[in-house]
Design a protein around this ligand. Structure first.
Ligand SMILES: [Zn+2]
Length: 260
């Protein structure tokens, strides 16, 4: 039996199990056997995709600080500092971070439909299947190397999850802003191109001549009279045009980008 002491920073305290959170900054655990540091951290409630840097030290006074990866085995009394994303640049500045290189592609779990729709509205490639079960979500995540978005913490702890995020807010607009901040997605940056993607099925919209939508919009004579620019979704065949609905969506985009 040996003791480990962990401190969490960078917003990770929110994941700590109730009761531990009130015990000050340090979580103390006793281990019976050699254990991967990933499992030690997750036993505290913190999913590994939320961890950017793990610094372990020797002795009571924090000697010999060094960064370790999730597979590192804890096998003797250890102190460790666990940092959320992004870890402060001044802490072991040359140590590789654990959460670099997330692809700007997402898969959202069945409870995050509004978040998924908002991300698509901003042009971000986001797979969402409302009825997808846990194995299906992981399958989609692996197939296209996507970031898993879920508030199901045990799901995020699955060892095959490389990139993931647990939205903190209950509210979809704030969740969207959280995702933009967490993955460094900015206007005019990679991946962000509002109104280029189908909100219903995630496909990229294609410009289409008015003559090609006349039949599909036969029941919308005013739309055909007032609009000349149309786009069609190659996935679900929906037709999009800059109608009044788009004004509402434009103000939503402004709010999501922090300009509303
Ligand atoms: Zn579509």
């Amino acid at each position: 039996m040996f003791a480990v002491a962990l401190t969490f920073s960078g917003g990770l305290a929110t994941f700590l199990r109730r009761g531990w959170r009130e015990n000050g900054d340090i979580v103390r655990r006793t281990l019976a056997e050699k254990t991967a540091v990933k499992d030690v951290i997750e036993a505290c409630g913190v999913p590994h995709p939320e961890v950017d840097l793990i610094v372990v030290t020797d002795g009571e006074h924090g000697e010999n600080p060094r960064a370790v990866d999730f597979a590192w085995a804890v096998q003797a009394p250890t102190r460790m500092h666990v940092y959320g994303v992004p870890a402060p640049a001044e802490v072991l500045p040359h140590a590789p971070r654990l959460q670099g290189g997330s692809p700007p592609r997402f898969v959202a779990d069945g409870h995050l439909g509004k978040l998924a729709r908002n991300l698509r509205l901003l042009g971000l490639d986001t797979v969402y299947e409302r009825d997808a079960d846990d194995p299906r979500l992981l399958e989609i995540m692996v197939a296209d190397d996507r970031v898993l978005l879920t508030r199901d913490r045990p799901q995020l702890m699955h060892r095959i999850v490389c990139h993931g995020y647990c939205p903190r807010s209950d509210e979809s607009e704030e969740q969207t802003r959280e995702v933009l901040r967490r993955f460094g997605l900015k206007e005019n940056g990679a991946g962000l191109a509002p109104f280029c993607r189908c909100l219903h099925c995630n496909a990229l919209l294609e410009a289409v001549a008015k003559s090609e939508v006349l039949a599909a919009l036969a029941a919308e004579p005013l739309t055909l009279r007032y609009y000349d620019e149309f786009r069609r979704c190659p996935g679900c065949q929906r037709i999009y045009w800059p109608g009044t609905h788009t004004q509402k969506l434009a103000s939503l985009v402004a709010r999501l980008l922090g300009k509303g």
